[in-house]
Design a binder for this molecule. Structure first.
Ligand code: ZN
Length: 207
């Protein structure tokens, strides 16, 4: 009985894995991937290409959202336009937008352009935890970002800490420490952090 069930389970798993292993991302054609160690029956499959258009859009929309940087008037429709036109590919590019580029977007008049221009500039002064949350680091939600920021005076200090030092901090879990160090270990992300700093986005946790 158990052997039969085991065989059946094994077969189901094999079918499931095969089914997904051959699937590619409908948006960019990349081979889908799943996190190592996950149960194949419950695993979440994802596109591993960071430049996949929906992922770029998702990251940009999170950055502008009221929960993160709160760029007033920058709703999903507007972010979609910015991403689709290649004007915004990461968070730092919001701060490199030219006035004329904003004015060229659909539905923009002088007043709306000025308002968005000012809203983007104003977002540079948000609390550091919002910046950290807005980066969209896996497993770092608003609460985790706030917990992490309590221990440092600037985000640079946080990123400079290795996994070991992060783990010693109160309220920082293994998953959080690993996520932050893994994310910052990617040169693309380090470049993004530099770009935000250069743009004048607030990194200080105590204003
Ligand atoms: Zn993709």
């Amino acid at each position: 009985m158990f052997k039969t069930l085991g065989n059946l389970f094994g077969k189901l798993m094999a079918t499931h894995v095969q089914l997904h292993a051959s699937e590619t991302c409908l948006e960019c054609g990349s081979q889908l991937a799943r996190d190592a160690g996950d149960n194949p029956l419950t695993a979440v499959w994802h596109c591993p290409n960071p430049d996949c258009p929906p992922q770029v859009l998702k990251r940009a929309a999170l950055w502008a959202s009221p929960e993160a940087m709160g760029i007033a008037g920058c709703d999903t429709a507007l972010v979609t336009q910015l991403v689709n036109r290649g004007l915004v590919r990461d968070a730092a590019e919001f701060y490199r937008l030219k006035f004329a580029e904003i004015a060229s977007l659909d539905g923009m008049d002088e007043t709306k352009t000025r308002a968005l221009w000012d809203a983007i500039a104003a977002s540079k002064q948000r609390e550091a935890w919002r910046v950290l949350f807005g980066l969209g680091i896996p497993n770092i939600g608003a609460a985790e970002a706030q917990a992490l920021c309590k221990h440092v005076t600037t985000l640079e200090d946080l990123f400079a800490m290795g996994r070991e030092r992060l783990l010693k901090l109160d309220g920082v879990t293994e998953v959080m420490a690993r996520s932050v160090t893994h994310w910052y270990g990617d040169p693309v992300n380090r470049k993004l952090v530099k770009g935000l700093e250069k743009a004048g986005v607030n990194f200080k946790t105590k204003l």
